[in-house]
Write a protein that binds this ligand. Structure first.
Ligand SMILES: Nc1ncnc2c1ncn2[C@@H]1O[C@H](COP(=O)(O)OP(=O)(O)OP(=O)(O)O)[C@@H](O)[C@H]1O
Ligand SMILES: [Mg+2]
Length: 180
């Protein structure tokens, strides 16, 4: 497993571009991490590398969204919000073209049993227990000045499952310096 410190949202998008450059039709990426961890930010970078039509946003009101390639060749990106899916059956009902697309599933863990043979698992953690969100305190304004999360480093752990997942994880481990 490779662990990388990702200091900013821009760096997270950059990591997504690096991952996206390796992906091809049939590949599956599972993103694990709490609310606001940076899953969609990473997916945006993947979409940039794949040169698909945006915008890539948290698929809050839909279960999945297909982003077609801008140039005509290359696979579409299917972005799935697993948070709202009750299980593998409901995922199956989405009729996703797994073989013909690059699929990114947020909150996908546990949903993919029986659906996929290989995937790249990317876990995003906020160190120092910040995953619970900012502490509620007297200093907190009642209304946040913006809906942006503060810039806090994330630890991204990359692990491959199945033959193709392992291949992708190894490619990403090459040239990635472990955090000191
Ligand atoms: N180091 C960082 N890496 C990624 N995002 C960061 C970082 N620091 C701050 N951020 C901010 O955190 C937020 C991450 O939001 P994002 O929508 O990508 O999370 P998410 O995991 O998809 O959340 P959700 O579970 O709600 O879908 C963004 O506002 C981004 O600017
Ligand atoms: Mg999201």
């Amino acid at each position: 497993m490779t662990a990388i410190e990702v200091p900013t949202a821009a760096a997270m998008e950059g990591l997504g571009r690096r991952i996206g450059a390796l992906l091809r039709a049939g590949d599956l990426v599972v993103l694990v991490g709490g609310l606001g961890a940076g899953k969609t930010t990473l997916t945006r970078g993947i979409g940039e590398a794949l040169r698909v039509r945006g915008p890539i946003t948290s698929p809050t009101f839909v279960l999945s969204r297909v982003h077609p390639p801008l140039t005509g060749d290359g696979p579409p990106l299917v972005h799935v919000d697993g948070y709202r899916l009750s299980g593998a059956r409901e995922l199956d009902d989405l009729d996703i073209d797994w073989d013909g697309s690059v699929a990114v599933v947020e909150w996908g863990e546990g949903l993919l049993d029986g659906v996929a043979a290989a995937w790249l698992r990317i876990a995003i953690d906020r160190p120092h227990g910040a995953d619970a969100g900012p502490p509620v305190g007297a200093d907190e304004p009642l209304e946040a000045p913006s809906d942006e999360e503060p810039v806090v480093p994330r630890i991204v752990s990359i692990e491959g499952f199945g033959a193709r997942g392992a291949e992708l994880a190894a490619l990403l481990a090459d040239g990635t310096r472990a955090p000191s």
